[in-house]
Design a protein around this ligand. Structure first.
Ligand code: PLP
Length: 430
């Protein structure tokens, strides 16, 4: 495969754009460096890069793309919005329509608000929880990513008794001191943290199904315990469903487990590929938000007609019967194929999968928390990534990311992917 145009564009980008990328996860730093591939066109399950190479795409733009690229129904909605005016600065009918659709799909959303990104959505839920409880500290889980605002770029010191330390330069210690991080799937650690910081915790923030150290499901009873312990402590439960909303079912992980949080943050899929975020929850909590209440949140671009139209169109597509079952079947075929080839060539991997999203971890043992994901073999993943790319399979350039299937992927795409996996494992074995 020839990547010369991508390489030239990357050299040019390095002169103008910091690190050559507008989001660090797009760089190939974690997979040995070099120029990322510059894509030029996406259609269905496929990408074409600037050198004319074709790929089967499993990046799915880090989660938003579930209908496949350039889905005609969504494209039509965006085109209509473009010719009708993309930004008004006034309320529009589309906002009501979309808010009602979200509420119908996710019953815990008694009231919602649209913002522009997942980061904004989570950030505001934390602010609202602090306003509602009149407390400042939050608990989050190690390895979960909640966007790039100060409070959530914080990792644990050394366990539940320790206040957080900033994960990024530029975050004041004083902000990190309000964040406690505990291991995912560890009820005892959460209980311990809530005991230590009794009366000070505003909210427990969780990805109910983790998407950010690979796909990691909650152990049985974990989410119920999060709700029970958090509520007993007088704090609110916030679900970060930025990845999970509409990824595994029409609705959210709340429907999958039958457990409702107090507030939910969303993004990605609900924008149909355009920038979006949304948050919502119980009426009396949401009424903390301006103009009704004292917690301020605003946005020039919030609820813009283009994102609303794309989001509505995306959800309309996702209402089709049998669609998530199809994603599950394709996901199962892919998982089985990868595991079979790993077995054949004696490559140690484990696969975590839910419906049409999966992660391949190199190394032994199951992955149920961040520590285990961190210990998985990044060098083998980097080799795997590069060999797959050279066979036209586009994955996220990080061992922590998921492969996202779309409704545009076919059985044939999966078979081709498994054939590429076989060649890759054969190569890695030698
Ligand atoms: N929350 C989760 C679970 C995410 O995966 C992400 C982004 O990957 C975010 C929040 C932040 O969303 P955005 O990148 O739209 O700001």
């Amino acid at each position: 495969m020839n990547f010369s145009t991508s390489e030239a564009l990357h050299q040019e980008a390095l002169k103008h754009i910091v690190g050559g990328v507008n989001s660090p996860s797009r760089a190939y730093k974690a997979v040995g460096g070099g120029a990322p591939v510059y894509m030029e066109k996406g259609e269905g399950a496929y990408f074409w890069d600037v050198d004319g190479n074709k790929y089967i795409d499993y990046l799915g733009a880090y989660g938003p793309i579930i209908t496949g690229h350039a889905h005609p129904h969504i494209a039509k909605a965006i085109t209509h919005a473009a010719t009708n005016g993309v930004l008004y600065g006034t309320p529009t009918k589309l906002e009501n329509q979309f808010a009602k659709m979200l509420k119908q799909a996710i019953p815990s959303l008694e009231k919602v608000r649209f913002v522009n990104s997942g980061t904004e959505a989570v950030m505001t839920t934390v602010r609202v929880a602090r306003a509602y409880t009149n407390r400042t500290k939050i608990i989050k889980f190690a390895g979960c990513y909640h966007g790039h605002f100060d409070s959530v770029l914080v990792e644990a010191g050394s366990g539940p008794a320790t206040l957080g330390t900033p994960d990024s330069a530029g975050i004041p210690e004083s902000v990190a001191q309000d964040v406690i991080t505990v291991p995912f799937n560890n009820i005892e650690a959460l209980k311990h943290a809530l005991d230590i910081w009794e009366g000070q915790i505003a909210a427990v923030l969780v990805e109910p199904i983790v998407g950010n150290f690979g796909i990691v499901e909650p152990k049985e009873g974990f989410l119920q315990a999060v709700n029970d312990l958090t509520h007993n402590a007088g704090a609110l439960v916030i679900y970060d469903e930025v990845i999970t909303a509409f990824r595994f079912t029409y609705g959210s992980s709340q429907q999958i487990y039958g457990i409702e949080p107090d507030m939910t943050a969303m993004g990605k899929i609900i924008g149909g590929g355009l920038p979006i975020g949304a948050y919502g929850g119980k009426k009396q909590i949401m009424e903390q938000v301006a103009p009704l209440g004292p917690a301020y949140q605003a946005g020039t671009m919030a609820g813009n007609p283009a994102s609303m139209a794309a989001g509505i169109a995306c959800l309309e597509v996702l209402q089709e019967d049998g669609l998530y079952e199809k994603l599950d079947q394709l996901g199962e075929k892919l998982e089985t194929g990868i595991l079979e080839k790993a077995d054949k060539y004696n490559i140690s991997i484990s696969v975590n999968r839910l419906c049409g999203a999966l992660t391949v971890y190199f190394g032994d043992g199951e992955i149920t928390n961040y520590e285990q994901a961190e210990a998985s073999d990044g060098e083998s993943f980097a080799t795997f990534f590069r060999l797959m790319l050279r066979q036209g399979i586009n994955l996220a350039p990080s061992k922590y990311e998921a492969w996202f299937l779309t409704i545009a992927h076919t059985e044939k795409d999966i078979e081709e992917t498994i054939a590429a996996v076989e060649k890759t494992f054969q190569h890695m074995q030698t």
